[in-house]
Design a binder for this molecule. Structure first.
Ligand code: MN
Length: 197
């Protein structure tokens, strides 16, 4: 199980029995790492972008969501690692809990890491340490290469990145899945239709 230490911040912020969110006890063996994007109608609506690495989901909150237009630079605030089984979570985090509000699985699939440093492949974790990662997504809505690049100074309170579509064959300036495909890829529901299970 991914280190209790790795998810300490995640667990510390939540009463998991109350909120019904995953605790992160499970860890399956997978060939390809997964990604998930969760639309989260919390105090402000945002998209949580998560990549599997080192047995957890590395996570960023993206206020405007991902774009298929390489001209768009989307602010992505790094947040605490989440457990792998969080990728399955769709439902309501109850009032009074951390991140209270509706959560919908907006896209998910696998990804391949394409991060390099000095021309050599490096892991996602090493890329994160070095302020830049590149990866190709294989989702239902998102496809092709994306890059995440840290900007500004990382502090204990703030770790800002930019999420940008790499200009490849999947790039499309006219396609805007955040507005044209708002539904869940696992239930077909829109955010307002998410109810208590
Ligand atoms: Mn969130």
């Amino acid at each position: 199980m991914p280190g209790n230490r790795a998810l300490r911040e995640y667990r510390g912020k939540r009463n998991l029995r109350r909120s019904g969110e995953p605790s992160g006890g499970r860890r399956g063996k997978r060939r390809k790492p997964i990604f998930v994007v969760q639309k989260h109608d919390a105090s402000s609506l945002h998209y949580d972008f998560r990549l599997e690495a080192d047995g957890v989901l590395k996570s960023w909150a993206v206020p405007k969501g991902p774009s298929m237009n390489p001209d768009d630079k989307r602010l992505a605030m790094a947040v605490e690692d989440h457990p792998l089984d969080y990728a399955e979570f769709e439902g309501i985090i109850p009032k009074g809990s951390y991140g209270a509000g509706r959560v919908l699985v907006w896209d998910r699939g696998t990804y391949s890491n394409q991060t390099e440093r000095d021309g050599k492949p490096v892991s996602i974790s090493e890329g994160i340490q070095n302020n830049h990662i590149t990866f190709a997504l294989h989702g239902k809505k998102l496809a092709g290469r994306f890059a995440l690049t840290r900007f500004g100074k990382k502090t204990a309170k703030q770790d800002k990145w930019l999420l940008v579509k790499v200009d490849d064959e999947e790039a499309d300036k006219r396609r805007n899945p955040v507005s044209t495909q708002p539904e869940s890829v696992i239930s077909g529901r829109e955010i307002g239709e998410i109810a208590e299970e």
